[in-house]
Design a binder for this molecule. Structure first.
Ligand code: SIN
Ligand code: FE2
Length: 218
């Protein structure tokens, strides 16, 4: 069997990083070894802080389901976007950031050249077929010298990486189950989004894509 065929059938075989900008890189399959520990940890998080549809400051209900774990969680409502130490649904602190996720995020950041990354917030997004995320910048965090580490699970998606202006051209980047995307440095404030999720069924997650974005927010 040829190496490329082997890779197709053995998704845990290491694949080289794909640099998509000077300080933005896809680490294909980087999270796969952690998946057996991540999924039960994620189930605990969602049990404590269920997915909900937040409302934009403009009054639109977001299609993508959202929750958080970590010391801080990202929230949106009529008052605007911000990080909060409390889940507004329960009035309690957000669930603890699972240790396995913390380790995964730090080692992915290391692999991307951002040493010493310690996230204090993890947004958990749940996409169903047809759900998209329009182009935006992640700029609610305090320290833009820290990168964003994004872990994709479940159905594949096309991630759009734009420039520093909303109208700049975008690159289409396929993100599959277990892929990790890290962006920081001069690329930290690039516009980005997700194209409408194609229908499908993932063997572990069903007809969903779950994306975890780890940030240093506070
Ligand atoms: C985000 O930009 O917050 C999420 C990106 C993704 O779902 O890949
Ligand atoms: Fe984002």
């Amino acid at each position: 069997m040829m190496q490329t065929e082997l890779d197709l059938f053995n998704p845990t075989s290491p694949q080289p990083p794909q640099w998509v900008a000077a300080r933005a890189v896809v680490l294909p399959g980087f999270a796969l070894p952690a998946v057996p520990v991540l999924l039960p940890a994620l189930r605990t998080v969602i049990g404590e802080a269920p997915f909900r549809h937040m409302v934009t400051p403009g009054g639109l209900k977001m299609a993508v389901g959202l929750t958080n774990c970590g010391r801080l969680g990202w929230v949106s409502d009529a008052q605007g976007y911000r990080y909060s130490p409390v889940d507004p649904l329960s009035g309690r602190p957000w669930p603890t950031l699972p240790e396995a996720l913390l380790r995964l995020a730090s080692s992915a950041a290391d692999a991307a050249g951002f040493e010493g990354f310690v996230p204090d917030a993890c947004l958990v997004n749940c996409y169903r077929p047809g759900h998209r995320l329009s182009l935006h910048q992640d700029r609610d965090e305090r320290d833009f010298t820290q990168p964003i580490v994004s872990v994709s699970l479940g159905l594949p998606a096309v991630f759009l990486l734009g420039g520093h202006k909303r109208g700049d051209p975008t690159q289409r980047i396929e993100l599959r189950h277990g892929d990790v995307l890290v962006w920081g440095g001069e690329d930290r404030l690039r516009f980005h989004g997700v194209q409408p999720l194609k229908p499908g069924v993932h063997p572990l997650l069903g007809s969903r894509r779950i994306n975890l974005t780890l940030r240093s927010a506070g």
